[in-house]
Design a protein around this ligand. Structure first.
Ligand SMILES: CC(C)(COP(=O)(O)OP(=O)(O)OC[C@H]1O[C@@H](n2cnc3c(N)ncnc32)[C@H](O)[C@@H]1OP(=O)(O)O)[C@@H](O)C(=O)NCCC(=O)NCCS
Length: 432
């Protein structure tokens, strides 16, 4: 996996001055030339400037950064919703980016639509363009085979109306480097910290695989996400392999200290030895930094090893999940191996009628299958697609949803649901 190509901004090859002009075609809608493109669809080369402006208004994204992302993600991932503007021309009023990744739950990958850069023209907000764009985008993701969609929100109500629920968290931790000094006597003399090339993520993906399998919610990175992780600001971070006698057991990528804060760009420590080596490396920065800052899950190991009080949870953010295809989602993920049961979900999904039914899930030997059930009296949990999404990821327990009035059913349905969706608390730190 080569991350070098994405290390720094490049002039966008999709700038309209570089692109071939759109050719006139004719459609089955009549003999009209396509001056009027369909309301929703992939961005056209002559619309890239308009999308860059939407991104600037929506996120304050300067053009060079937009061009970097356009190169990183590829403009074929951009979608627009067009409407007639003040000039009478049909132009992009809203934009978003999407692509397929795998998100792991209980040791299995689930095909997922990752969504980013949702923005609506500031003069046209509140007119329904954002919702219309999202409905089209989610339908496209579902048709492409995604079982669910994931995104980082800046607002909850807008996405909740579209069926998103809270999916999991990302935590930002900080600690004075001195607190991370390994205790004497438990140094790992057979371990080493070796500088490595941040432009080749292939060995890192192999190390990270164990984290994907053991955790919940982590995304299997493609080249784009590796580039963002290892070259967060466009420049490659300093990468170190944390090795034992049989090879690499972890890695750590560091951005240069700024304002006496040392930012860990990425960290994966698959063994106690790798974690001790990471501590040794980080504590060595105590003359240059007052704080080491890293992003991770709610159940991090590093805070447990701090030598004194002073580790802080600086920030806790939530990402959102939306199950697009209930049947596919329930059969893609795995379940705890000691459970043999059948549970029923009556799902309310205003967007996808295929989800709007009762699903009987039979789980045995970690696998789930949807079965036909003639027993009308089978205990059933009734819930909206947003609450179901939070239950599915394990972010919200069946009991918490039931107590909140977001899951309806007899109390006896709670215990098997709690056991089905238990496991490590879901977290994911990749930003998109
Ligand atoms: C968030 C955004 C995409 C919404 O687009 P929009 O076209 O204004 O939304 P819609 O008109 O389709 O609104 C649908 C509903 O969501 C609500 N809504 C929209 N934006 C909201 C917000 N920021 N906070 C709370 N509710 C919001 C609307 O009130 C509306 O509810 P209603 O039907 O009861 O009136 C748009 O405001 C935007 O571009 N914001 C800046 C960029 C941004 O924050 N993007 C999201 C990044 S994750």
């Amino acid at each position: 996996m080569d991350t070098a190509a994405f290390a720094s901004p490049r002039h966008s090859r999709y700038h309209p001055t570089n692109a071939a002009p759109p050719t006139a075609r004719h459609t089955s809608r009549g003999n009209l030339p396509i001056d009027t493109p369909p309301p929703y669809g992939p961005v056209r080369p002559d619309e890239i400037d308009a999308v860059a402006r939407l991104a600037h208004h929506g996120f304050g994204l300067p053009r060079p950064i937009f061009d970097r992302y356009a190169d990183l993600f590829g403009v074929d991932r951009l979608r627009v919703l067009r409407a007639t503007g003040p000039t009478g021309r049909c132009e992009p009023m809203a934009c978003a980016a999407h692509w397929l990744v795998n998100q792991w739950f209980c040791g299995q990958p689930v095909s997922t639509q990752a969504i980013a850069m949702v923005a609506v023209d500031p003069t046209r907000r509140g007119e329904g363009h954002g919702s219309a764009l999202m409905r089209n985008l989610l339908a496209e993701g579902r048709a492409a085979g995604a079982a669910q969609a994931v995104l980082w929100p800046s607002t909850l109500p807008f996405y909740q109306r579209l069926g998103f629920g809270r999916g999991g968290v990302a935590c930002r931790w900080s600690a004075p480097p001195a607190l991370l000094t390994p205790l004497r006597g438990i140094e790992w003399d057979d371990g080493a910290i070796l500088p490595a090339d941040p432009r080749d993520a292939t060995p890192l993906a192999a190390i990270r695989r164990r984290m994907l399998e053991d955790g919940n919610g982590l995304i299997e990175r493609d080249e784009t996400l590796w580039s963002l992780a290892l070259c967060p600001d466009g420049d490659p971070a300093a990468l170190f392999l944390l090795t034992g006698p049989s090879g690499a057991e972890g890695y750590i990528a560091l951005s240069p200290p700024q304002s006496r804060r040392l930012q860990v760009a990425d960290l994966c420590a698959a063994t106690p030895r790798a974690l001790q080596l990471a501590r040794r490396l980080l504590s060595g920065y105590r003359a240059q930094a007052d704080h080491v800052v890293w992003r991770g899950g709610p159940d991090e190991s590093l805070p447990l090893l701090a030598s004194d009080l002073g580790v802080e949870l600086e920030q806790r953010e939530e990402w959102l999940l939306r199950i697009l295809d209930v049947r596919r989602a329930l059969t893609a993920r795995a379940y705890p191996s000691d459970i043999d049961t059948v549970v029923a979900f009556a799902i309310n999904d205003p967007l996808f009628p295929e989800n709007n039914q009762t699903f009987h899930l039979k789980v045995a030997k970690s696998k789930g299958e949807i079965i036909l059930c003639m027993n009308d009296n089978a205990p059933t949990a009734t819930l909206g697609i947003d609450a179901f999404s939070s239950l599915y990821s394990g972010h919200a327990s069946a009991k918490a949803l039931w107590q909140a009035g977001l899951l309806y059913g007899k109390e006896k349905i709670i215990a098997p649901m709690e056991r089905l969706f238990c496991g490590p608390r879901p977290w994911m730190v990749d930003r998109f």
